[in-house]
Design a binder for this molecule. Structure first.
Ligand SMILES: Nc1ncnc2c1ncn2[C@@H]1O[C@H](COP(=O)(O)OP(=O)(O)OP(=O)(O)O)[C@@H](O)[C@H]1O
Length: 258
């Protein structure tokens, strides 16, 4: 499903890290990769509005969320960007339903209690976790927690979705299963997504395109096939190498949908 584009051009200094990055999701899912400490999580925070930007512009479709030249800086709670952090940040003592309902209740656009309950039910159904609605999230598997975190982020109808290393907390078996689920599910979303990962298989299967962030700058953007054919840096060369040498890697999401 074609989505609006999230486009960002941001310059910022956070601690010792200088970020000068350009991102464009195109009409789909963009995977963000890069070495440890390159600034991937920090860049997501800049898009969310958590850290201040010195100069730049962030837009989703027609909605301008930041434009320092025009004095526009929409506050974090009004940006409408869904975010799933690496550790999911669920309330462990609350049920699945309560976790999602909490987000819906804090949505400024919600339309009353009955409508909120409907939204929660629809999200739990959509993500296949309705059967777990009354379980505490601390009792769930990693894959189930991931679905609750997604349900919570999507329950407020965000205009874009950011996932920070969505598979990092999972063991090898659930990782494969959750990756397959996410790859299919992200395709059904009509909003742009940015997915941070360290893993080449995730990068191939979770995004239409890949952006490489090194020392705060985007050094290459392209499909998996483009990065493999012409790696622009030693990091990219190493990142794509295992799949290239295996020769039998499954097709990327972009090749799949081409
Ligand atoms: N609030 C902060 N104040 C000061 N420095 C910070 C802050 N947040 C992050 N940093 C620093 O910015 C750099 C980039 O961190 P960040 O977590 O964004 O990188 P990353 O690419 O996501 O790394 P990883 O792949 O290891 O998760 C690191 O050196 C980190 O210590």
């Amino acid at each position: 499903m074609a989505a609006e584009r999230l486009r960002a051009r941001v310059t910022a200094r956070i601690g010792r890290l200088r970020i000068e990055a350009d991102l464009d999701t195109g009409g789909g899912s963009l995977v963000l990769v890069g070495p440890n400490g390159a600034g991937k999580t920090t860049l997501l925070s800049l898009l969310l509005g958590i850290f201040p930007v010195e100069r730049g512009r962030v837009e989703v479709g027609e909605a301008v969320l930041l434009d320092t030249a025009a004095g526009i800086d929409v506050p974090v709670e009004q940006r409408g960007i869904g975010y799933v952090p690496q550790d999911y940040a669920l309330f462990p003592h609350l049920s699945v339903r309560e976790n999602v309902a909490f987000a819906v209740r804090s949505d400024p656009s919600r339309r009353g209690r009955a409508a909120s309950a409907e939204v929660v039910d629809a999200m739990l159904d959509d993500l296949g976790i309705a059967a777990h609605a009354h379980r505490r999230t601390q009792a769930l598997s990693g894959g189930e927690k991931q679905r609750v975190a997604l349900a919570r982020a999507l329950s407020v109808s965000p205009r874009a979705l950011l996932l920070d290393e969505p598979l990092a907390a999972l063991d090898v078996h659930s990782r494969r299963e959750v990756r397959a689920f996410l790859s299919d599910y992200l395709r059904t979303l009509a909003i742009p997504t940015v997915v941070v990962t360290h893993d080449a298989t995730d990068a191939r299967l979770l995004g239409d395109r890949i952006a490489v962030l090194e020392a705060g700058r985007v050094t290459q953007t392209g499909t998996w096939e483009e990065l493999s054919a012409r790696p622009a840096s030693p990091f990219v060369e190493e990142f794509v190498a295992p799949a290239r040498s295996a020769g039998d890697a499954p097709p990327s999401r972009s090749a799949d949908s081409a």
